[in-house]
Design a protein around this ligand. Structure first.
Ligand SMILES: [Zn+2]
Ligand SMILES: [Zn+2]
Length: 389
């Protein structure tokens, strides 16, 4: 018997507007886009922020089939959730077929999402017109409370509290349930109840965590977003197993998101802060939710010092090469071979020796366990750690 496994990939996790500030590299600057591959091979895309472009450039047609069908759920029409559409290259390939799901906006009327496509690519906003998009596109309207089946999977939509409306989606697959609740603010009894229904018993509950609890009570009240504390509260009330903090504020640096994550982990056992490139598997043996973090991304870190050779071009156009010390560099995480089996999601202290200007220095890092695999060495486990400071 094969175990059903679903794979959830995060292509964009930033709210409101993309960021390219180096202080936001580690969690990533693309706006919302997720991909869920269900055990039956059905491919879902959740939202079409700028992360969609990255997904398109690494496109693998679902099932490798001749007509590749993909189901795209769009939560609402704010820029950060639709801005990747014109840059999604698979839309320009004839054999592809896309089924779009979204609600009828009272501001747009019938075929709201279709109108969004046309408006985004209208002159003088975009150089290429709609006729270049040769993939088949089908549009389906969904309303809060609607349920539908796609393959073996059940999708339920619920209204959330957000200016001009936003849908949350719950996707139940044979490997587990994902609740996607971006862009929502607590404080409306009926819509708060909808959020709990979406998250009820979910294996993964992805929630808006744009603001701090203090901001949410004061300067950002009424802006349509939530906090890590509200997410933890709802996750507990709804019996969700893992909370994913999502839609990070464009002004939140990696270190600020680290701090948010640390606080959230004191309130709820299993929390991740969504980061671009993160892949979560559901239904893997042992029935645990496991996350795999992007390993190549580097981030700023004060303690490390590495001897480096730097090559470049000067302002005057001359090539140069020089030796220097790089003082701000580190990896986001590490894979560590351990005899002991640490608890998933538990905290680890990692002390490393790093070469410095004054000899070898000790580098202390705090992180948490996101993944445990059988190690290459007998009796060892390969433990994936993400550093939080
Ligand atoms: Zn948003
Ligand atoms: Zn929004």
């Amino acid at each position: 018997m094969t175990v059903p496994i679903a794979k959830l990939s995060f292509w964009g996790v930033r709210g409101s507007t993309p960021t390219v500030d180096p202080a936001t590299w580690r969690y990533g600057g693309n706006t919302p886009c997720l991909e869920l591959i269900a055990p039956d091979g059905t491919q879902f895309i959740l939202d079409c922020g700028t992360g969609l472009r990255m997904l398109g450039s690494r496109w693998a047609a679902p099932n490798g089939g001749k007509t590749a069908e993909t189901h795209i759920l769009v939560t609402h029409y704010h820029w950060d959730h639709i801005q990747g559409i014109p840059f999604f290259s698979p839309l320009y390939v004839e054999n592809n077929e896309f089924h779009f799901y979204s609600f009828r906006s009272k501001f747009l009327g019938r075929d709201s999402l279709k109108q969004v496509f046309e408006a985004q690519m209208a002159m003088p906003y975009f150089p290429v017109d709609m006729s270049a998009m040769s993939a088949k596109r089908k549009f389906k309207e969904v309303d809060g409370g609607d349920s539908l089946k796609v393959g073996e999977n059940k999708i339920t939509a619920q209204w959330l509290n957000h200016p001009q409306g936003c849908l949350g989606f719950r996707i139940e697959t044979p490997a587990g349930t994902v609740a996607y609740a971006t862009d929502n603010e607590p404080g409306d009894a009926k819509l708060d109840e909808n959020l709990r229904e979406l998250a009820a018993g979910a294996d993964i509950f992805i929630n808006d965590a744009q603001f701090t609890p203090e901001q949410l009570e004061t300067t950002r009240k009424g802006w349509g977003h939530s906090s890590w504390l509200e997410g933890a509260k709802v996750a507990r009330q709804a019996g969700a197993k893992t909370l994913v903090l999502f839609h990070h504020d464009p002004d939140s640096t990696d270190r600020m998101v680290d701090a948010i994550l640390r606080q959230a982990r004191e309130e709820f056992d299993s929390v991740f802060a969504a980061s671009e490139g993160m892949v979560v598997t559901l239904g893997a043996p042992g029935d645990r939710v496991q996350a795999h973090m992007p390993g190549t991304r580097t981030a700023l870190r004060r303690e490390a010092q590495f001897h480096a050779k730097v090559r470049g071009v000067t302002e005057g156009g001359k090539d140069f090469e020089e030796e220097t010390m790089v003082r701000d560099i580190s990896l986001q995480g590490a894979l560590i071979s351990l005899k002991h089996m640490p608890r998933l999601q538990s905290e680890l202290q990692v002390t490393m020796e790093a070469p410095g200007a004054d000899g070898v220095q000790t580098m202390k890092l705090r992180g948490y366990v996101v993944r445990i695999d059988a190690g290459a060495e007998k009796g060892h486990s390969a433990v994936g750690v993400v550093f939080t400071d």
